[in-house]
Design a binder for this molecule. Structure first.
Ligand code: NAD
Ligand code: GLY
Length: 363
């Protein structure tokens, strides 16, 4: 079991990572649970059917546990589902001493965290992530739902009381979701740790290798990188934007294609290749991009920009990105591996990069 302390200006808490992390409810966190009046578990239908009994068994028998399941995947991060969560909480008598448990992947974590941040102006919540991707989303306190015009446009910075990352839940993940989550691991390596990136490229040639102690150590390294950034810049006034490497295009692809059509990690992988291309052109990054592409293709990433996407349209979505200033999209680029910067990129270069990595180049 690994225990990582997250220190932000608004809160200090621990991330417990490893098989059996959920047992912390009855160990390190027992005093915390003693103060809650009720628990509201927000989960999705898939996680409900696979793992809710294991979670319930770990929760204190003395507490009333209410479970609300939302549809699985990105479609749950809507105003309508957010309202349903609030209605459920009110109808079931949740109060300010109640705690929300976010039990699922990044979608549930973001949605439940936003419910917790806003229910009665804020109640405590605990992240209990069940996807690899959520090693990123469950840590650092960004919570949000989507707007039809842009990803995560309605949200808050709201830290959890704890993160219980029990890796035994990950054994039921389909390969597509492993691939999606691994993209965020690769992102953490790109922005902060060249040796970590090299190790990943040398050691992970199939997702079967992502298990047991090795998986725990990889997730731990990703979380440490995120910790180091959010502890310095909780509310993204500066370096936290680096965690958005690959996300300016990634988020725009998710919005443009329709939420849930691509996974978050697939879109981010395409966005990272776009950003690497831009980094090589604009920041003189020296990087063997073709070797990297060969590696991720072996891992099954379909990374090219779909031919249905029109540059003049997706640029408009990128202009609405949260990092944009005066409607000019900003990009996290790399001057070296582990050395990100946030910069504006002129439209002709964006267009060239877009065509270079599109499935067809005839748009
Ligand atoms: P997700 O929550 O939709 O989970 C992916 C799929 O896996 C879903 O169908 C879910 O039902 C299923 N699933 C979850 N756990 C499972 C398990 N143990 N076994 C089998 N199936 C399981 O998606 P995600 O990839 O975890 O998260 C993506 C979301 O996270 C996006 O909305 C993204 O914007 C957000 N995100 C947020 C942050 C942040 O800092 N808040 C960071 C990165 C990503
Ligand atoms: N995933 C981006 C962030 O946490 O800031």
């Amino acid at each position: 079991m690994e225990k990582i302390k997250i220190n932000t200006l608004s809160k200090q808490y621990h991330v417990y990572v490893g098989a059996g992390a959920i047992q912390q409810v009855d160990q390190d966190l027992r005093h915390m649970f003693n103060h809650y009046s009720k628990l509201m578990v927000i989960t999705d239908e898939t996680v409900l059917s696979l793992h809710i009994e294991q979670l319930k068994q770990a929760l204190p028998a003395s507490l009333e546990v209410l479970v609300y399941a939302v549809p699985a995947s990105e479609q749950a991060k809507t105003f309508a589902i957010y309202e349903k969560c609030m209605t459920f909480a009110l109808q079931n008598g949740l109060d300010r001493k109640s705690c929300v448990l976010a039990f699922g992947g990044g979608v549930v974590g973001d949605l439940a965290g936003f419910v917790a941040a806003t229910f009665m102006r804020g109640v405590p919540f605990i992240q209990i992530p069940t996807t690899i991707l959520a090693h990123d989303s469950a840590v650092g306190g960004k919570v949000a739902i989507n707007h039809p015009l842009g990803k995560n446009m309605v949200g808050a910075f709201y830290q959890p009381e704890a993160v219980l990352y029990d890796t035994s839940f990950l054994s039921t993940l389909p390969e597509r979701e492993i691939r999606s989550g691994f993209a965020e691991v690769v992102k953490h390596a790109f922005i902060a740790d060249e040796e970590f990136l090299e190790n990943l490229m040398n050691q992970i040639t199939s997702f079967e290798q992502l298990s047991g102690e090795k998986l725990t150590m990889i997730l731990k390294r990703g979380i440490e990188i995120k910790r180091d950034i959010v502890s310095q810049d909780e509310k993204e006034n500066g370096i936290r934007a680096y965690l958005n490497f690959g996300h300016t295009l990634g988020h725009a692809l998710e919005t443009y294609l329709g939420y849930g059509k691509t996974t978050h990690g697939e879109a981010v992988m395409t966005g990272m290749i776009f950003a690497l291309y831009l980094s090589m052109k604009q920041c003189q990054l020296s990087f063997p991009l073709n070797n990297f592409i060969q590696w991720i293709e072996k891992l099954g990433y379909d990374w090219k920009i779909p031919s249905s996407i029109v540059f003049d349209e997706i640029i408009e979505v990128m202009k609405r990105d949260k990092k944009s200033v005066s409607q000019k999209p900003q990009f996290v680029l790399l001057t070296n591996i582990g050395h990100p910067i946030l910069v504006e990129v002129e439209e002709p270069l964006l267009k060239a990069a877009f065509h270079n990595i599109s499935r067809t180049d005839c748009q």
